[in-house]
Structures are given as C-alpha cells and as structure tokens.
Design a protein around this ligand. Structure first.
Ligand code: FAD
Length: 258
C-alpha cells in the first residue's frame, strides 16, 4: 500500500540484520551518521534467523566465527560448543544487538522492494513493504549499505510437479518455526551441500525412511564437535588479546560526509 507519509531521512540506510548489517550499523553510528537498518525477517540474525533446520550449525569454530572487532565482546560471550548450533548463533547476534544498543535503529519486518537514485538530489529513495500489513515506508539517504548476504534468497529446484507435491515441503533456508515433524515420517532430502549434509544427519536418526537425492558427491569430514570447556576458552581469550595487539590493515568502510 503506497505511503503518504513523508520519507524518513537518514545519512545511511543499512539493509539486512545479519553479521554484516549489524556491524555496518554499529560502525555508522560510531562515526556519527544517523542510520536505520531495515530487515525483512521478524528477528535479528540474518542467515541464523532463517536457517532453523535441524542440524544447522557453523562449519568453522565458533570462536573464529564470532565478531573480532571488539575485545570486550569476545571476552564476554561464552560459546557452549566448539561448533555452535543455529539457536546459539541467533542468541549471540541478539545479544550483540542489545550489547551495542543497536535495537532502536533496527526496523524488522521491512522488505526493501525498490531503490531509485535521484541524480538531482544525490539521494537514494528506498521503499520497503511492512509485514504484516503491507504498508509502504519510504526512506531517503545519500548512502545505502546492502548487507543482504549471499544466501538470503532460497532457490527451489525446477522439478516438474514440485508445486503439486502433497506432502510437507520445507526449504532449509526458510525453515518454518515450528518445523515439519520428522519423527515417524518418510523423508526425502534434495541436495548434499553443507546444509544437506547437516539436515540428513538429523533426519537419519528420526525418520522411518530417508531418501537422499544427490547430484554430485560431497566430501565430508567428521565434525568432532565438543563442549567448550574453560580451558579452551582461556587459551582462546588470551589469543584474542595477542591478536588485538597486532597491527592490522583497516578495512573499515569510509563514508564521505555530505
Ligand atoms: C547453516 C549455515 C552455516 C554457515 N556456517 C558458516 C561458517 O561456519 N562460516 C562462515 O564463514 N559462513 C557460514 N555460513 C554463511 C553465512 O551466510 C555467513 O557466514 C553470514 O552469516 C552472512 O551474513 P550476512 O550479514 O552477510 O548475510 P545474512 O546473514 O544472509 O543476512 C542478510 C539479511 O538481509 C535480509 N534481506 C535480504 N534482502 C532484503 C531486502 N530486500 N529487504 C530487507 N532485508 C533483506 C535477509 O532477510 C537477511 O536477514 C553459514 C550459512 C549457513 C546457512
């Protein structure tokens, strides 16, 4: 529904509330730019908000996967597992949003559907659809940071008849909450990429029958996941300090003031 309200004017519009967007929002605010972050989902987390399928977890160690730009964040958060599961990473990103006081600038349930650049004013005019409701909101900003990720658009395979399948159909990247029941069901998994490998292992122990449809074989190694004890935390938290003391190339985004 088109909006008659005046556009919200900010220096920087950030789109996406995953790792990238939260960090971008924090940087922009730290540098004194008025900023708003729009997120299509109804929660913070990006990938970790949408990918709720059984078995979803990181493939690199939790300590390496978390933010390293502030030592206090690294010291305060305690990962419970060497390879954290989806719910823990989602909790972590929500904790970061609170800890950095980002919430007031985050607007959830806003899908940006168009962006037009006005050469005359030098402003981006971005329109977002609000869900639920369907109203439109309009933002004007000289700068936009698209932190929309590379996995946030689920791809359904072009399988003839997929739309008339009468069983329950779920995509790992858009897993409903609560998800479909696996226990006692006959389950088929299409795809054996990183997500396929994870969800297959969960279904194998629960479904009465599991069929895996694989186009190309994948190489998999045992994860060797384990609880994070105080010893691992201690040795890593010491290395955070060493890392922080090293001179590192600055990769921060520089936004010219208007
Ligand atoms: C199960 C799983 C495990 C993974 N494990 C690892 C790992 O171990 N190591 C690693 O490096 N990477 C891993 N990844 C990759 C992961 O996607 C990235 O690490 C990271 O989370 C991407 O963050 P991001 O902020 O770039 O994007 P995302 O987290 O994808 O966030 C993008 C956000 O933008 C929002 N958005 C998109 N379009 C719009 C729009 N038009 N309007 C409003 N909002 C919009 C989306 O809703 C989404 O919330 C994993 C991915 C998955 C799915």
């Amino acid at each position: 529904m088109p909006s008659n309200d005046a556009p919200t004017k900010v220096d920087v519009l950030v789109v996406g509330a995953g790792f990238g967007g939260l960090r971008a929002l924090d940087t922009m605010r730290e540098r004194g730019y008025s900023s708003v972050l729009l997120e299509a989902g109804h929660g913070v987390g990006g990938t970790w908000y949408w990918n709720r399928y059984p078995g979803a977890r990181v493939d690199v160690e939790s300590l390496e996967y978390s933010y390293s730009f502030r030592d206090d964040l690294q010291q305060e958060w305690r990962w419970s597992e060497k390879y954290a599961g989806q719910s823990e990473v989602e909790r972590y990103l929500n904790w970061v949003a609170d800890r950095l006081q980002l919430r007031p600038a985050i607007r959830l349930g806003r899908r940006v559907r168009s962006m037009d650049f006005d050469e005359a004013t030098g402003l981006w005019r971005s329109a977002a659809t609000v869900t639920p409701g369907g109203d439109d909101e309009v933002y004007e900003s000289p700068h936009v940071v698209l932190a929309t990720g590379f996995l946030s658009v689920p791809t359904l395979p072009a399988i003839p008849g997929i739309n008339s399948f009468r069983g329950e159909l779920a995509h790992t990247g858009e897993w409903p909450d609560p998800g479909p029941q696996i226990e006692g069901r006959r389950v088929g998994v299409v795809g054996t990429g990183a997500s396929g490998v994870q969800v297959i292992q969960e279904c194998a122990g629960k479904a009465v029958h599991l069929s895996v449809f694989q186009r190309s074989a994948n190489w998999c190694f045992p994860l060797r996941n384990q609880p994070m004890g105080p010893n691992e935390r201690y040795s890593h938290s010491k290395s955070f300090v060493v890392k922080a003391a090293l001179p590192v190339a600055r990769r921060d985004i520089v936004v010219p003031r208007r």
